[in-house]
Design a protein around this ligand. Structure first.
Ligand SMILES: Nc1ncnc2c1ncn2[C@@H]1O[C@H](COP(=O)(O)OP(=O)(O)O)[C@@H](O)[C@H]1O
Ligand SMILES: [Mg+2]
Length: 394
């Protein structure tokens, strides 16, 4: 978020920031890009934030209201409507926030989505499962990061999942799509992509979040003009049209089944997390933080979009609990493959482990890149297998 603020200031915007951090806690590197800052007590209290921001901006001119964090995109849309400024409407943004509405709108445009039903109660869910048939996925209607998301293969497994989902009031029950999983990311101007990206998940996020010993890898695809992903890109463009995309980032997920059919997964009107924007920057050697700002402020995208690299990020998870005590294999990896490493940010020895279920970042990451797809992934696999982090309770 600090980088987007920098980008906005660099393209000439006067930036008013809103957040729940106390102003004295904002880093100097961020403050220099802010004309003013409003601290709100509860960032997720939409009515309260809308009222406070509206009152705060009285007498000042507002041209854009922007949010790049999933849980804030609707608040930003409400503020746009309140101020009467350019940008996506609340209705358009709802299509990117509500997983059921999203699928209905995408399906209405004739695009392939998983068969899905919105469910609120155990009875409703069991009945829907009987109609849809197994295997199924059950997940919160407005979830994120694969939280409370389960694959279920039988009525028994469905009941087990339901028992763990008592705190979820509304869920999507859907056909399980077998196959590879990819992203389709864009920066759009008037709904038309000025920048496009595809990345592959290795393995799929649901598996990466279920098995702690895995070091998940995500790789951006350098060659976008290959048959293997052509249908996915076409699907992505169709989805943007179907949902009435306006300006800014989008982050979509899609599946490629073994028979080649492509199926929509989900989409947000904000950038992907877990350093995906950095990966896209390394793919083209550009600065999307700034180009996004140019696109949303001035309707222009000036950076070259020629893709030079396949960029892999590897997330590491330490063995054991507590503080990181040892990192084995990193020195050797850097010695042997350092020329391909663009970032190495594993948590240093002595720091507390992160909760890998709460953040894909886990205990840190490495980013490697190579012009050849197989080599980039091979490098990432070597980092995944040959570097081991250890933790111990102190
Ligand atoms: N219908 C489906 N078929 C197969 N896998 C699915 C399906 N829906 C979700 N998943 C798996 O669960 C993950 C999380 O679901 P997703 O809809 O992307 O929600 P989130 O907002 O948590 O990312 C996906 O990345 C995918 O691996
Ligand atoms: Mg997802």
């Amino acid at each position: 978020m600090q980088q987007y603020t920098r980008g906005l200031a660099e393209v000439g915007a006067t930036v008013y920031g809103v957040g729940d951090t106390h102003p004295s806690q904002l880093p100097a590197s961020l403050k220099r890009y802010l004309a003013d800052y409003l601290r709100v007590p509860k960032l997720l209290d939409e009515d309260d934030v809308v009222n406070r921001v509206h009152a705060w901006m009285r007498g000042r001119e507002v041209d854009r209201v922007l949010a790049n964090w999933e849980v804030m995109v609707l608040t930003a849309a409400r503020l746009r409507e309140r101020f009467g400024v350019h940008g996506m409407s609340v209705d358009a943004v709802r299509g990117f926030r509500d997983k059921q509405l999203m699928k209905e709108r995408v399906a209405a445009a004739g695009l392939r989505v998983p068969k899905a039903v919105r469910v609120r109660t155990t009875t409703e869910t069991r009945e829907a499962a009987a109609v849809l048939g197994f295997p199924l996925v059950i997940k919160p209607i407005s979830g994120a990061g694969s939280a409370d998301t389960y694959r279920v293969d039988s009525p028994q497994e469905l009941d087990q999942a339901l028992a763990r989902m008592n705190h979820v009031s509304e869920a999507s029950l859907e056909e399980f799509i077998e196959g590879d999983e990819f992203t389709y990311d864009t920066v759009c101007i008037n709904g038309v992509p000025a920048f496009e990206n595809v990345a592959q998940y290795l393995p799929k996020p649901l598996i990466a979040r279920s098995v702690e010993s895995i070091s998940p890898i995500i790789t951006t695809v350098r060659d976008m003009d290959q048959p293997a992903i052509r249908a996915g890109i076409k699907l992505g463009r169709g989805v943007l049209q179907a949902l009435g995309m306006g300006e800014g980032f989008t982050h979509m997920e899609w599946f490629r089944k073994p028979d080649g059919e492509v199926v929509f997964g989900e989409i947000g009107c904000r950038p992907g997390g877990a350093h995906l924007v950095d990966q896209m920057n390394y793919t083209c050697d550009i600065d999307l933080f700034r180009e996004w700002a140019r696109a949303v402020c001035w309707g222009r995208f000036d950076a070259p979009t020629k893709r030079k690299w396949n960029v892999s990020i590897v997330f590491k998870r330490a063995k054991g609990q507590g503080r990181i005590t040892k990192i084995v294999g990193l020195t050797e990896f850097i010695r042997d493959y350092g020329e391909h490493v663009v970032e190495s940010r594993l948590l240093p020895v002595g720091t507390q482990r992160r909760n890998w279920k709460h953040t894909l970042l886990s205990d840190g990451f490495l980013i490697v890149r190579h012009p050849d797809w197989n080599t980039a992934n091979k490098l990432a696999e070597i980092a995944a297998n040959d570097i081991t982090m250890y933790a111990e309770q102190s």
